[in-house]
Structures are given as C-alpha cells and as structure tokens.
Design a binder for this molecule. Structure first.
Ligand code: PHE
Length: 356
C-alpha cells in the first residue's frame, strides 16, 4: 500500500462524502490497514514487530489526515453558507409609512376642544337632510329669497327609493313628508334637530360636512366643513355670544385675540352678525362666520314639532344664540393656503405639511 498516495488522496478529498468513503476504505472493518493488522499474527516475531510498528504509524497518520481534511471541508462549507446567507446591513431600510390627521380634522379638533373647555357638548347630524330641517324650520320657506344664498344639491327621492331611502327625524321617525331631501348646505339644521330632542338649558357645537352646488375655484368648493354652535337657556344674551366668540379668538390666537361683530342678515337669527377675529401676529381681522340670537320662529317650529310628537312645549321664555363658521376658511387664512381645492385632492406633499 502506498501510504503517501493515500495521504495525498485524503488531503485532496473534494467533499465530506468522499472523505467518509476513504476512511472506510483504509480504516473501516474491512479497510486495508485493518485487514493488514489482522494478518500480523501469522508473521514471524521479528517481522511482526516491525510491520506492526509501521501499520500503527500509518493508522495514526491516516487518522490525522482524515481529521485535518474533515475540519478543512467543514470550514469551507461554513464559509460558503455564511457568504450565501450574508445580510447587507449597509442597505437603506424601507421607510414605514405612517399616517396622520388631515388638516381639516386638526382644525376641527382644535376648535372643538376650545368649546369643550367652555362646557359645550359635541354632537353630529346627517349629511343628507330633509328640506324641513335645512330650510323651512330655520325660517326659510320655499319662497324666501335667502334660499338663494346657498345653492343646493337636491336628492331625488324617487330615484333613491330603489334603496329604500328615508330621512329620519330626531326620534327616528320618517320625515320624507316634510319637503324634499338635500345635501345639507349648512350645519344649522342640527339646531332644530337638537332642540326638538332636548330641553334647555344646553350648549352644543356641531362639526360637520356641508355641500354647496358651486362652480369650484380657488375659494369655492362643493364640499367643505362648518362648526355650528348653539346655546339655549332662560336668560342667554348677546353678551354671552360675544364672550364665547372672544374666548374662541383667544383660544386660537392667544390672549390678544379678540372678536368683532358687524350686523348682517340670516333668517334664523335676530339680530344677526358676521364676526371676525383679530389675529395679533399678523395685525389683521379674519372674517370667519355668522352668528346671532336664535330667531323666535325657530323656537315655535321646534315646539310645534315636539307637540306633534306628544312632547311638552319647552322653549317658551327661552333665549339663545347660534353661530356657524367655515373650518377650511380658518385654515386657508391662517396658513396662507392659496387654493381651497388643495384640501381634498389628496396630494401628500400638501397634506404632510400639516400633520399633527
Ligand atoms: N348657517 C350660516 C351659514 O352657513 C351660518 C350661521 C349659523 C349664521 C348660525 C348664524 C347663525 O352661512
């Protein structure tokens, strides 16, 4: 047996399988060295001693070569695996997109929180509204020219009827009989709904989406948001209204914020005002909405409705005030946004600027 060739073969075994078979070939039960050792007994003592020494040496050399090669092959396999499974930690990670509140929501929350601090409750109402709540009960009968102030989206009951379409009143009663259906042109209809359902005194604000049948441009959108306020009690005055709007101005613009009223007309308030807020930082007045003392016509319409529902009249001798303001309008003025259409185009580069 050529020991040098055997060692050489082991040293260059290409893989662990081949190495294993070489091990069997030389050192296994029927391996060449093992076999040779078995024949030692038949040799004369002198020769046996010498041959035995040589075979032991071979065995030891083969064992060592096998161990060395096995370690080499295992190391190679490990390296190959490490390379294959390598993780390149220098690669930039994937940005995980995170959402945020829309600018309209941020402004609404800010407004609503100022009123919460003054003890107002927050309520919401339907966007598809009966003509009765949106107009008639607010002292705007069909012939009233004030209806032209708000171009209206009308909802076709007959076509909508395919989907069993009804408008529900404050108690879940059907009110389809009370005129047509509109996409509410303002949140003021909730004044009526809330008063029918509740007994004064109370103070509420109503945030919500409103719709106008408008040609859109930089300052007109067909959909926008309003915040409505209503306070009713036995001795509510115009001074309370001024106080609340002034407090709103301070909440928005700091302690130098203040409010200004100018007379104007809305059918559902008397007297009626438009109000502006002083923005100290920019030294200017921002025209933000309308307000006034609740018109007695509303109290009568509400009590008549309550009576029809079998409820006691509750608004005789009450007074109250209401206001309504544009939410996008406040954001436009405050942030200098040049076009109201940006709000609902969903361009992230615009929206991200206002993420809270
Ligand atoms: N509803 C009116 C509008 O949309 C605003 C308003 C509300 C005015 C309450 C007076 C009182 O223009």
């Amino acid at each position: 047996m050529d020991i040098e060739a055997a060692l050489e073969e082991i040293g260059s075994a290409p893989n662990l399988e081949r190495l294993q078979s070489l091990k069997v070939q030389y050192l296994g039960k029927n391996g060449r060295v093992t076999q040779a050792m078995k024949t030692l007994g038949q040799l004369p003592p002198e020769e046996r001693k010498e041959k035995g020494r040589v075979l032991n040496e071979w065995k030891r050399a083969l064992e060592e070569a096998l161990a060395v090669r096995e370690a080499q092959l295992k190391e190679q396999a490990l390296q190959a695996r490490l390379e294959q499974e390598a993780l390149d930690v220098s690669l930039p990670g994937y940005a995980f997109p995170s959402g945020g509140l829309h600018i309209t929501s941020l402004i609404l929350l800010e407004l609503v929180n100022i009123f919460r601090r003054m003890g107002f409750s927050v309520v919401e109402g339907p966007e598809v509204e009966s003509e009765f709540f949106n107009f008639d009960a607010l002292n705007m009968p069909e012939w009233h020219p004030a209806r032209d102030m708000q171009d209206t989206f009308w909802v076709d009951f007959d076509r909508a009827a395919e989907e069993a379409f009804t408008i529900q009143g404050p108690f879940g009663e059907e009110v389809n009989g009370l005129g047509g259906a509109v996409l509410r042109t303002h949140t003021s209809g909730m004044q009526i709904r809330y008063m029918i359902q509740h007994t004064p005194p109370f103070r509420i604000v109503v945030p919500g989406r409103v719709f106008r049948y408008e040609q859109t441009d930089a300052s007109h959108e067909a959909m926008f948001h309003q915040l409505e306020g209503l306070v009713v009690g036995p001795s509510i005055t115009m001074a309370d209204l001024k106080g609340a709007i002034s407090e709103l101005a301070r909440g928005l613009f700091g302690k130098e914020g203040k409010a200004r009223f100018q007379p104007t007309f809305f059918p559902f308030v008397e007297p009626g005002v438009q109000f502006a807020m002083w923005w100290p930082e920019r030294q200017k007045w921002l025209e933000l909405g309308g307000a006034g003392m609740v018109h007695p016509y509303l109290f009568k319409a509400v009590d008549d409705y309550r009576e029809r529902q079998g409820l006691p009249r509750a608004y005789q001798g009450m007074t109250g005030w209401a206001f309504g303001m544009g939410v996008e309008r406040l954001a436009l003025l405050r942030y200098g946004i040049p076009d109201i259409r940006y709000f609902y185009q969903n361009r992230l580069s615009f929206l991200r600027q206002f993420r809270g």
